[in-house]
Design a protein around this ligand. Structure first.
Ligand code: ACO
Length: 378
């Protein structure tokens, strides 16, 4: 193998087949389970999307009932997990650390050996409970018990706030969860598939995936996007803000993508959802400011990097929408995990069905032929 074989970051390298989603970075297309993202995101409940990804088909009414009740039955956490989450919150851990703890601890609730389908339901059901419990402890409050009568999205919001959310808030969150549930072989999904390729279990794979999602280059951007929107709101000078950031060599959060060379199609879906939501509430100032900043930023990035198209990615309108829905900024990335765990678990099932251990190679650039120096001579 030579240096010329090196594909840093595996860019453009295909390592698996998937039926779950198709990402076309040049055309700006995303198809999930055969549906254009805009259609699935705005029409499906999250439970329908999960069934679609786990089985390949939309559920009929009985199947949907059975997904709903399986998730509702698995939502609560063992006492030991609540204790760990309390310790994490009181010790100052982030929500993503709590999500990782919650994912890893899902095996505590298992009474028998690992089973991929059952573990998928378990970890999807428990992740929102772990995030919400952490958030309650973080605020010095006790967790709200999951409500089995509510759907997945409504229950998550209710565990965060203690109130049953309005239908338009649930719809907004479901649109978000569906829009980001799967996205080809992104870093966290790849991490999950690598773990499962060793014939390890789904809970371990999801734990690794949460760790990968935590990084700012992957799932950590929407919080900083909201900071940016707030700073621009205070300064009232989006162009000046963007120029200063780029002149300082900083990256504008919510822009650029490894795969898309045009606007991320999820940005349009989330922008429309945000428009509906803010308009219904009669409060459009924040949304208007975001749209103005987007337009200024895209123009500035084009002037800054004429050689590389840097367009709006999913995180920009994630921040705008989740902020409107009342999801706390500290939970943005963890809420991304609450969605993407659907994709991670579906990829795990796919990998089990057609497995080959993932084992790439590295180009060795270290020394050769060294001779051993005893410690007293070093
Ligand atoms: N602002 C300013 N410059 C940028 C931006 C940006 N948002 N994104 C890329 N660039 C520049 C880089 O500085 C780099 O310049 P260089 O070649 O002089 O080093 C060039 O464009 C290419 O960037 P890469 O990092 O090679 O692009 P890559 O495809 O590897 O990275 C990434 C994509 C990580 C998303 C990048 O665009 C970025 O850091 N964006 C900001 C963070 C962000 O929004 N993350 C969320 C991504 S969406 C998701 O993961 C769900």
């Amino acid at each position: 193998m030579t240096d010329s074989d090196l594909q840093r970051g595996l860019e453009g390298v295909a390592v698996a087949e998937t039926r779950l989603s198709r990402v076309d970075g040049a055309a700006g297309e995303l198809v999930i389970g055969g549906f254009p993202v805009a259609e699935l995101a705005t029409r499906a409940t999250f439970e329908e999307t999960l069934h679609l990804l786990w089985t390949g088909d939309l559920p009929d009414a009985d199947e949907l009932d059975s997904v709903r009740s399986a998730l509702a039955a698995h939502r609560d956490l063992p006492e030991e997990t609540y204790a760990l989450l309390r310790a994490a919150a009181e010790g100052g851990s982030t929500a993503m650390d709590a999500a990782r703890i919650g994912a890893a601890a899902a095996s505590v609730a298992r009474t028998d050996a690992a089973d991929p389908e059952r573990d998928a339901r378990l970890v999807v059901a428990q992740l929102p409970t772990a995030v919400a419990a952490y958030w309650r402890y973080w605020n010095g409050e006790e967790p709200i018990a999951p409500d089995p009568s509510l759907g997945h999205a409504a229950n998550y919001l209710s565990m965060l706030t203690g109130e049953e959310p309005a239908p338009e808030t649930v719809r907004g969150l479901e649109t978000y969860l569906n829009a980001v549930v799967d996205h080809g072989l992104n870093a966290s999904t790849f991490a999950a598939r690598v773990v499962v390729s060793t014939e390890s279990d789904v809970v371990s794979a999801v734990t690794a995936a949460v760790g990968a999602l935590k990084g700012p280059l992957h799932g950590g951007a929407p919080g900083p996007v909201l900071d940016m929107l707030r700073e621009v709101g205070e300064s009232g000078d989006p162009a000046g803000y963007v120029r200063a950031k780029l002149d300082d060599g900083e990256r504008l959060m919510g822009f650029g993508h490894r795969v898309y060379r045009v606007r991320d199609p999820r940005a349009a879906v989330l922008q429309s959802a945000a428009e509906r939501f803010y308009r219904d509430r009669g409060d459009e100032a924040f949304l208007d400011r975001a749209q103005e900043l987007e337009s200024v930023a895209v123009d500035a990035l084009a002037a800054h990097r004429p050689d590389r198209r840097l367009e709006t990615n999913v995180e920009f309108y994630t921040a705008v929408l989740l902020n409107g829905l009342g999801v706390p900024q500290e939970l943005f990335t963890a809420t991304f995990g609450v969605a993407r765990v659907g994709g991670w678990t579906a990829h795990c099932l796919e990998q089990y069905a057609d497995n080959r251990i993932v084992r790439p190679r590295a180009v060795y650039v270290g020394d050769e032929g060294r001779t051993w120096t005893p410690i007293e001579q070093r």
